[in-house]
Ligand binder design. Structure first.
Ligand code: APR
Ligand code: ZN
Length: 369
């Protein structure tokens, strides 16, 4: 069938709105009508050409929500009409990783997903007979897309697509890092580096679990008001701190952060985040994605004296299990999403979403179909 998609033909070029062809679902696959999709930094990273896994032409997009249209042979957990959120981190519930409670990184379809194809090694998308690659196993910049059954979370039907699509990446990444990865206890002092879409969700996750101090750090003073709305208790602009930031933060938190989160993607702030963690027990979680080839460093004594350095992908969430719960939290008013979606647009304006992101003008742009 014909579908409308924003195609990335080449790195560094704007997306092109095209009519492309999508084949129906094969065994264990599902055809989904995408109703809304967020535009995330990871899409921009791949489009820029810096992503070593990036392949072109491709249909990008990994933060969607939609409705099941058709299921392939063998699909048992979904049926036409179900509302779903695509998962770039699937949950097969049977691989070595899924069976180990310490990780959410299901490996069942990792190699084909990374290669831009479906688990059987082929693509469902083409244009004029030429193959188009899938992206992150999701390709949500199209009004119809095909996904493996294990890469779809079934969610309640009364939740609005143009808001819950954000749970497909940013919301879960931030809140999940607090709840699943760090397991922040009530009363903890938390420091968050970077108050963009990810950092704000870390902040509301920290508030949700009853953190004590929630310190937000950003070089952009305009982020303060927004972050306070989600629960930030103290704002620090590193450019206004005299002397080193780390001792300032250790002092502010009376000994250091119980948990710190890096939501920027810079090796220098990753180091600061680690070093502001409390001696003896402080944990620092890296969420931001650094540029290809960059490395982190610190003095080993920081770890010897009890700090630990960890990372989190997709908020440590097991998508089919955890994403429906986060949708419930949103619908029950426990977390906020609406005010983070600063721009909503049609597919043909999708390049504007990238511009707004690069200019730092949006927290999240959502495309509706
Ligand atoms: N110190 C403090 N804050 C900084 C610094 C710095 N040196 N550099 C940038 N910032 C702030 C920006 O002002 C911005 O508010 O970090 C914030 C980053 O937010 P966004 O650009 O909106 O990024 P976000 O979508 O939150 O993603 C953050 O996570 O998913 C990854 O690839 C993504 O690495 C990125 C990170
Ligand atoms: Zn698995």
């Amino acid at each position: 069938m014909d579908v409308r998609a924003a195609v990335a033909f080449k790195a560094g070029q704007p997306l092109s709105i095209e009519t492309v062809q999508v084949e129906g679902p094969r065994a264990f696959e599902v055809l989904v009508e995408i109703k809304a999709t967020g535009v995330c930094h990871t899409d921009a990273f791949t489009l820029s050409g810096d992503d070593p896994e990036g392949m072109f032409p491709a249909i990008l997009g990994h933060e969607g929500a939609g409705v099941v249209v058709e299921v392939g042979k063998g699909v048992t957990s979904l049926k036409p009409g179900d509302h779903v959120i695509p998962l770039y981190t699937p949950e097969c519930r049977e691989c070595e990783y899924c069976l180990n409670p310490k990780t959410n990184l299901c490996q069942k379809i990792r190699s084909t997903q990374g290669a831009g194809v479906m688990p059987d090694g082929s693509s469902r998308f083409s244009i004029g007979g030429e193959k188009i690659f899938h992206y992150m196993g999701t390709s949500t910049f199209a009004n119809y897309t095909v996904l493996p059954e294990i890469a779809l979370a079934k969610v309640r039907p009364d939740a609005p697509f143009d808001k819950i699509c954000y749970i497909g990446c940013g919301v879960t990444t931030g809140i999940g890092a607090v709840i699943n990865t760090a397991k922040v206890e009530p009363g903890s002092n938390v420091v968050v580096f970077g108050l963009g879409g990810i950092g704000l969700n870390v902040i509301q996750g920290a508030r949700l679990v009853g953190a004590n101090m929630i310190v937000g750090i950003d070089i952009n003073p305009e982020k303060k008001a927004m972050a306070e709305r989600y629960g930030m208790t103290h704002f620090v602009n590193p450019r206004e701190v005299e002397g080193d930031l780390v001792p300032y933060l250790v002092d502010l938190t009376k000994g250091g952060a119980d948990y710190s989160f890096e939501c920027i993607g810079r090796p220098d702030t990753m180091r600061q985040a680690l070093e502001c963690a409390h001696k003896g027990w402080g944990e620092s979680i890296i969420i931001g994605v650094a540029g290809a080839g960059q490395e982190i460093s610190t003095r080993p004594f920081q770890l010897v004296t009890g700090r630990s350095w960890r990372g989190s992908a997709f908020g440590g969430a097991r998508g089919r299990t955890d994403v429906p719960k986060i949708v419930d939290w949103y619908m029950d008013g426990k977390i906020e999403i609406d005010s983070m979606i600063t721009h909503t647009m049609q597919l043909d304006e999708i390049n504007t979403a990238f511009d707004l992101m690069h200019e730092g003008k949006s927290i999240r742009s959502v495309v509706t179909f």
